[in-house]
Design a protein around this ligand. Structure first.
Ligand SMILES: Cc1cc2nc3c(=O)[nH]c(=O)nc-3n(C[C@H](O)[C@H](O)[C@H](O)COP(=O)(O)O)c2cc1C
Length: 371
């Protein structure tokens, strides 16, 4: 065999090998549209019970931990619970965010039930953020279907990139804040408080990225490969973090928990935050009356009502909670932004040119239903 022929054959073999390796690799991000929701619950749920609980579970939660369970008492009578195995002790040691997330679940549940012709009778069971049984709920048939909010629940998502820098139009600001005025505060990107929030968001992310417990916790909730994502159906997937294309392929196939602990990963995450805060119409802050459990549940519900309203105006929100999670930045928050009430959510907001479809995964209803 002459040299040229050898090089041609060798080159061809490498190309075939590379193509085969690519074909066998993890090629696509697993997204919600590819999920199969036809679960066969061992407890025989009525179709509308299943529908309501599935829609409730499309609620947002910190690190997408989905920290809820539903105890089935009898048809149309459930207890909504707080799943301790899904807490985030490193960034949320008092379960403040867990309760906010359960609040978002309750709001979706109430809206979904209303849409299908049920009223909810809620009875608070929990006395603290740590109690397992949070809320008793009984659905009563009203026959009246209300507010067609189902589509909004299905289409809601957190968006993290490509925010425009235009400030919110006056009519949109009123649309978002009027109903809950006093609790929802808009800080436009022209305000000096906006600059403070940008800088402190970067600073708190830097602190957190180098806090070993927080970074380890994050590593445990990132689902790099599609196999891992499909096995858990929760957590932070690459699609959810908006990492697509070749970087997505590389991370899916070559990244795991160890890489999250490397300096390069921590620095890249901080760089991403710097870029994110440079794009926005400003910040939306949600405050509560106090820090009680009931106030946190109400605030979670309030956040979800806001979240379900924004898409029709092409507005996105991105919770960036690190200022609240890190003592060094949290302690000067109220003074620096001139708000007295406790801040529960810090949301970057902005208009989008194109609204992407939701992609984060959810456990099937059977995955969070207990008897
Ligand atoms: C209490 C709470 C805190 C959150 N904190 C953050 C955060 O700090 N950074 C972030 O990127 N997303 C944050 N999120 C958004 C979640 O990551 C997101 O809701 C989850 O991954 C599910 O995605 P989805 O909202 O698109 O359904 C938070 C959500 C909630 C409810």
């Amino acid at each position: 065999m002459n040299r040229r022929k050898f090089i041609t054959i060798a080159g061809g073999s490498i190309a075939i090998g590379a193509a085969a390796a690519y074909l066998l690799s993890d090629k696509h991000n697993l997204v919600r549209a590819a999920q199969d929701h036809q679960d066969s619950s061992k407890i025989l749920l009525r179709p509308d019970e299943r529908e309501i609980l599935y829609l409730a579970s499309l609620a947002p939660s910190g690190h997408n931990t989905q920290p809820w369970f539903v105890r089935y008492i009898e048809p149309y009578h459930w207890i909504i619970g707080n799943d301790k195995s899904r807490w985030l002790p490193a960034v949320d040691p008092t379960q403040r965010e867990t309760i906010l997330s359960i609040g978002t679940f309750l709001q979706n549940l109430e809206y979904a039930a209303g849409s299908l012709g049920y009223d909810c009778v809620f009875t608070l069971l929990a006395g603290s953020n740590q109690d397992e049984n949070v809320m008793d709920v009984i659905l009563r048939r009203t026959g009246k279907t209300s507010n067609p909010v189902i589509k909004k629940i299905q289409l809601r998502r957190t968006v993290r990139s490509n925010y425009l820098n235009n400030v919110l139009k006056e009519q949109d600001k009123i649309f978002l804040t009027a109903e809950d005025s006093g609790f929802i505060h808009y800080i436009p990107n022209t305000a000096k408080e906006h600059q403070w929030l940008n800088e402190q968001t970067i600073e708190s992310n830097r602190i957190q990225a180098y806090r070993e417990a927080a970074q380890t916790e994050l590593a445990n909730w990132i689902r790099f490969s599609s196999k891992d994502a499909a096995a858990h159906l929760d957590g932070l997937t690459l699609a959810g973090m908006e990492i697509e294309g070749i970087p997505g392929w590389y991370l899916r196939n070559f990244y795991g928990k160890e890489q999250v602990m490397k300096k390069s990963f921590r620095e890249q995450s901080i760089d991403k935050v710097v870029k994110q805060v440079s794009q926005s119409a400003g910040w939306l802050l949600i405050t509560s009356k106090d820090q009680s459990l009931i106030s946190l549940l109400e605030t979670g519900k309030r956040m979800q009502r806001l979240f379900l309203k924004i898409r029709e105006r092409n507005i996105a929100i991105h919770p960036m909670t690190q200022i609240l999670e890190e003592a060094a930045t949290n302690q000067s928050l109220n003074r620096s932004i001139g708000i007295n009430e406790p801040v529960q959510f810090i949301l970057r907001t902005g208009y989008l040119k194109e609204y992407p479809k939701p992609v984060t995964l959810r456990r099937p209803v059977e995955g969070f239903l207990v008897r």
